[in-house]
Design a binder for this molecule. Structure first.
Ligand code: ASP
Length: 341
């Protein structure tokens, strides 16, 4: 694995399988049964120049659960970038303070540019419409875990990716990761103008996968194993697009009716979150809350073991986990959340 995680391009099938295995090993720590101190003394710099809840907090929690500490800054306003500091200078400065850096930035390619000025491992926490490799890895880990529970195999599965496939960075990383597996059936459904970039469709097709593109969800679907929905990334629209975009029609909504019509009891529904719950937006419908096929909160929980696996692998302590486990000593509720509403 390269010293950084900037794009899933740096991973081959072996590297991905290693991360899935290490993440599984992290489960007792993530579920607060055991503790480890393998990163005792290490410091993470968490730099978020774009909105985030899950990614920032879960990277933070993952590092702490490995025994490390975290320093973070959010937004441009409170960083020296507001004073005109370059990515290069910020990167050089941060490398003097931290042992690993997670960065999110609104411009595609910016995190890779930042990483050029440092030998400290840098993880891309989302670079504009570019990539979000750790999200894709936790998505793959979720699919793998759910399929094991359901007695299914990833090979040959039918995966539907829908929503904003043009600006949604999570699906850009995910489709590349999926392409490393044996032939899949991938259906892409997006509103006009928000289709998956052609170079990604070409890549996946060239690796032997069957890709179909559709214009709405109103037609028939069969044998869907995974329905992966995404939010319309309006913050990335140009002014012109903002004016012409009339919102997402009912034809794109994944709701109970869609699942009952096209899916089975073993289909899972995923979303990188946040889902936009404002009226008329037509993101993943809340009428699925409580439906066991809705895997979105199991997916967010999986962010911790996968992000722990990424840190442990980049900082080369992945081989030390098994011998460094102790039971937790504080009170842990039987179930950390309430029902998956
Ligand atoms: N949280 C994901 C991201 O940062 C998805 C989203 O914002 O819609 O890309």
């Amino acid at each position: 694995m390269s010293p950084h995680l900037l794009s899933v391009d740096s991973l081959n099938r072996e590297g991905v399988d290693h991360l899935l295995r290490v993440a599984a090993q992290m489960e007792p720590i993530a579920s607060r049964q055991q503790v480890t101190r393998v990163l005792e003394g290490a410091v993470l710099g968490n730099l978020f120049f774009e909105a985030s809840t899950r990614t920032r907090v879960s990277f933070n929690a993952a590092f702490c659960r490995l025994g490390g500490s975290v320093c973070d800054t959010t937004g441009f306003t409170f960083s020296s970038m507001a004073k005109g500091e370059s990515l290069y200078d910020t990167s050089r400065v941060m490398s003097g303070y931290c042992d690993a850096i997670v960065m999110r930035h609104p411009e595609q390619g910016s995190v890779a540019q930042f990483a050029e000025a440092t030998n400290v491992p840098v993880i891309n926490g989302g670079d504009g419409p570019g990539e979000h490799p750790s999200q894709a890895l936790l998505d793959l880990y979720t699919i793998d875990k759910e399929f094991q529970r359901l007695g299914k195999r990833l090979e040959g599965a039918h995966i539907l990716l829908t929503g904003d496939l043009k600006y949604g960075r999570t699906v850009h990383s995910l489709i590349k990761l999926l392409s490393l597996y044996d032939p899949l059936r991938i259906t892409l459904v997006s509103p006009p103008g928000l289709e998956m970039p052609a170079h990604l469709v070409d890549l996946v097709t060239s690796r032997g996968h069957r890709v179909e593109m559709r214009e709405h969800l109103g037609t028939d679907f069969s044998d869907l194993d995974v329905v992966y929905t995404t939010r319309i990334q309006k913050e990335r629209f140009t002014e012109e697009m903002n004016e012409s975009f009339k919102g997402v029609s009912d034809d794109f909504v994944v709701n109970k009716g869609f699942l009952d019509r096209h899916c089975t009891s073993s289909t899972i529904v995923m979303h990188p979150l946040p889902r936009d719950s404002r009226p008329g937006v037509n993101d993943l419908n809340v009428d699925l809350n409580g439906d066991p096929r809705l895997a979105i909160f199991r997916q967010t929980d999986n962010g911790i073991p996968m992000r722990m696996a990424i840190f442990a692998t980049l900082l080369k302590v992945d081989g030390l986990i098994a011998e460094d486990l102790r039971p937790v000593r504080w009170f842990v509720p039987h179930q950390t959340g309430t029902l998956d509403r």
